[in-house]
Every structure is written in structure tokens, then in C-alpha cells.
Design a protein around this ligand. Structure first.
Ligand code: THU
Length: 151
């Protein structure tokens, strides 16, 4: 079965334009942030994950009374895409938005999840409250990453 055949259609966004700009992708992350479930930290985060075919998956942090059960925005987006049938090599970029004064990077658990599925050269777009965007590569965030399988 090919990747395409396994895909279902529960994305919130669909774009035929694979050349989605960082600004548009970040806007999707900001829109997602409004749907965060963060009643404990009051720290909403949104992520938007661009697939190579142009689909955009968004994700939010989803907290829990048992704090350790919390899922970050980046992993919510990643796990939804994987659940829909996407695989290693299908990911083009990710944008992450919070309400922070300085650029909000993914936590180290999310970095490890990104490393599992995404190229070290994948752009990771960060933002802060002035809405400026910083482009990093995944390898900038996770040098010497722990992997046991080849990309
Ligand atoms: N969080 C994210 O969703 N992504 C990050 O990159 C950093 C942290 C969430 C987890 C928790 O719900 C809240 O932010 C405070 O840590």
C-alpha cells in the first residue's frame, strides 16, 4: 500500500500550493494556538506542519490534570500527520507560535520526535510577540541527534 492510499482526510487545511510561505505557515500556527487546551500552564502553543504535498497539519498543546500526560503542539501536529499515513520524508517545514517575548523553540522531547521523522535540513520557523520569524534548521536545534534508523 502506498503512502497516498493510506491517507485519510481529517486535515483542517488543504493547500495545493506546496510553496507555502513561512508567514502563511506561521499564521496557521497562530490560528491553531487559539485552540490550545492549556488550563494549567496558561501557555498556549500552536504548530503548523507543512507536508511536501502541500497539506498543512496544525497541532496544539493539550494539557492534563496529570501533568505528564500533556502533549505539546508540535507532537500533536506530527502525530496527526503520521496517523493519517504520512511517513519519513513527507515533511517540509514546521512553524511554532506561542505568546512569548522571545523566540519559542520546540522542547527537547518534540525535537526528538521531529528528528525521528524529518530531515536534519528541515526548516523550523519560530516566532515571538512582535511576530518576527526566525528560521532554523532541525539540525541547528538537535545537533548530534540520537537516531538508530537511517533517514
Ligand atoms: N509546549 C508546547 O506545546 N510546545 C513547546 O515547544 C514548548 C512547551 C507546551 C507544553 C505545556 O502545555 C506548555 O507549553 C508549558 O510548558
Amino acid at each position: 500500500m502506498t503512502t497516498k492510499e493510506k491517507k485519510t482526510d481529517n486535515t483542517q487545511e488543504y493547500s495545493l500550493n506546496v510553496n507555502v510561505s513561512p508567514e502563511i505557515l506561521m499564521q496557521k500556527a497562530r490560528e491553531a494556538k487559539a485552540r490550545a487546551y492549556a488550563p494549567y500552564s496558561h501557555f498556549p502553543v500552536g504548530a503548523a506542519l507543512l507536508m511536501k504535498d502541500g497539506k498543512i497539519y496544525s497541532g496544539v498543546n493539550i494539557e492534563n490534570a496529570s501533568f505528564g500526560a500533556t502533549n505539546c503542539a508540535e507532537r500533536s501536529a506530527m502525530f496527526t500527520a503520521i496517523s493519517d499515513g504520512y511517513q519519513k520524508g513527507d515533511f517540509k517545514a514546521i512553524a511554532i507560535a506561542g505568546d512569548t517575548e522571545s523566540f519559542l523553540p520546540p522542547c527537547n522531547i518534540c525535537r526528538q520526535v521531529l528528528v525521528e521523522f524529518c530531515s536534519p535540513k528541515m526548516p523550523v520557523y519560530l516566532t515571538k510577540e512582535d511576530e518576527s520569524i526566525k528560521k532554523l534548521l532541525l539540525e541547528d536545534l538537535s545537533p548530534y541527534a540520537f537516531v538508530t534508523l537511517d533517514m
